[in-house]
Design a protein around this ligand. Structure first.
Ligand code: 3HC
Length: 294
């Protein structure tokens, strides 16, 4: 039996989700190793986390000392073999089934602790597909965080048909007791709970722009003022990343074959054009220093 305490975590990917998950772990007093493929990507991920920790200090959520301690708990590597002693690994790489599957094959090889939990932050890829890429599908689970991870309190937990109850319980204790998140459980169906609701809504908003049904500004204003959403669906699509919205929609369409999950042509063209939203400073909106340009 492994100890209940989880003290050594590995995060694969230091993009906006991976960086956010790593930050939340470090702030929760956990030792974190973050994997990125290159030194440049690791440096960008580190800068992202430090900037967010600074934001935590300036908004009074953490002290300078807590920021220093959190930063000291983070190590960056480009060798997956450094994950050998990790008790839980959360992967947050591109939303691409082939890439994630290959990564789980590697994690299965390098993580030596037989009790380790191998978790995916996938938004939409069924966990069973990732589990069967390993020799230990009972240790593979979905832990789906929400962007921005330091702000949004939810984690969806997704067991596949093969995930053991012990792994589910361990992942739940980690998310709730260690990271202080709220947990919901979802069946292993593409999109789980949140994206199964969110993605048709985002795609509908994009179709509205595409057809001239309403303007970008009016659609976002309507949902902020009429539904009390913190941001409209077009600004939210930009925040998530239009490439990610498309990938999630593709997975959901492949699973359900329902037109409401089919990415509209406008989304496809924007992705092809490299207009990916906030991360490229242009999507439905333009961004200056991470803020919508007025
Ligand atoms: N890191 C740390 N803290 C952050 C942050 C970040 N990246 N972004 C915002 N914050 C904090 C700020 O410090 C601020 O804290 P304070 O109130 O204590 O000062 C607070 O969040 C609000 O930030 P701002 O004042 O800068 O901006 P807003 O009030 O406009 O809030 C927002 C920004 C938090 C992004 C808010 O608009 C929001 O919650 N939007 C909805 C986001 C959402 O729906 N996310 C889910 C996406 S779906 C997903 O992730 C799943 C995936 O599979 C697609």
């Amino acid at each position: 039996m492994s100890s209940e305490k989880i003290e050594r975590v590995g995060i694969v990917g230091a993009g906006q989700m991976g960086a956010g998950i790593a930050e939340v772990c470090a702030r929760a007093h956990v030792d974190v190793i973050v994997f990125e493929q290159t030194r440049e990507l690791a440096a960008a991920g580190k800068a992202r986390i430090l900037k967010s920790l600074d934001r935590g200090v300036s908004s009074g959520k953490i002290t300078e000392r807590e920021r220093e301690q959190a930063a000291a708990r983070l190590t960056f590597t480009s060798e997956l073999s450094d994950f050998a002693d990790r008790e839980i690994v959360v992967e947050a790489v591109l939303e691409d089934e082939a890439i994630k599957t290959a990564l789980f094959v590697e994690l299965d090889r390098v993580v030596t602790d037989p009790d380790a939990v191998l978790a995916s932050n996938t938004s939409s890829i069924p966990i069973m597909k990732l589990g069967v890429a390993t020799s230990r599908p009972e240790r593979v689970i979905g832990m789906h965080f929400f962007n921005p991870v330091p702000v949004l309190p939810l984690v969806e937990l997704i067991s596949s048909l093969k995930t053991s109850d012990a792994v589910l319980a361990r992942a739940e204790r980690f998310a709730a007791d260690v990271l202080g998140k709220q947990v919901v459980r979802a069946a292993d169906r593409s999109g789980f709970v949140v994206n199964a609701l969110l993605v048709p809504y985002l795609l509908s908003a994009i179709r509205m722009v595409e057809s001239g049904f309403a303007t970008r500004d009016d659609i976002d204003k309507a949902t902020v003022l009429g539904l009390a959403h913190p941001m409209g669906p077009l600004a939210l699509s930009d925040l998530i990343g239009l490439d990610t919205v498309k990938s999630i929609a593709d997975s959901m369409y492949a699973e359900y074959k329902e037109p409401l999950f089919a990415p509209p042509p406008l989304l496809l063209r924007m992705v092809e054009a490299g207009l990916l939203g906030k991360k490229t400073s242009a999507g439905f909106y333009e961004y200056v220093n991470g803020r919508i340009a007025t």
